[in-house]
Design a protein around this ligand. Structure first.
Ligand SMILES: [Fe+2]
Ligand SMILES: [Fe+2]
Length: 133
């Protein structure tokens, strides 16, 4: 099963917009990961990672707007996970640009794990809240 299929099947939250955004992010991460594994040119890999970062930033913004609008009780904790993740990705991009990354495959795994853990642990709680208000 590909990362994209896995995400689609296991991490469905039931919120149409959030699920669509997660799928787009999953697709971009899967592309990045494939190019990483196949050791493609650094600039190509960076392009996919930057695309993934842009989609993720837009998605986090959407979730955070929903949290603010509906006074979600866990919003500070949730937002800080978003911020930590964005900082990690930005650091990876910087390190990749300056050739300071030695274990490229580890990065792919970090991203995959993070996406899964965050969606299961935090996004599902947010969606439960959004769907009952
Ligand atoms: Fe989130
Ligand atoms: Fe999310």
């Amino acid at each position: 099963m590909t990362f994209y299929e896995e995400l689609h099947e296991k991490l469905y939250t039931g919120h149409e917009i959030i699920d669509k955004q997660h799928q787009d992010i999953a697709r971009s991460v899967a592309l990045f990961y494939d190019h990483l594994i196949n050791k493609h040119h650094k600039q190509t890999i960076l392009g996919f990672l930057n695309n993934s970062l842009n989609l993720t930033e837009a998605h986090f913004l959407y979730e955070e707007e929903q949290m603010d609008k509906t006074q979600f009780i866990m919003k500070h904790q949730h937002k800080s996970q978003h911020e930590n993740y964005l900082n990690e990705i930005r650091k990876m991009i910087k390190d990749m640009e300056t050739d300071q990354l030695d274990d490229m495959q580890k990065i792919g795994k970090i991203i995959k794990n993070w996406v899964f853990n965050h969606i299961i642990g935090m996004d599902r709680k947010l969606v439960e809240h959004l769907l009952i208000i």
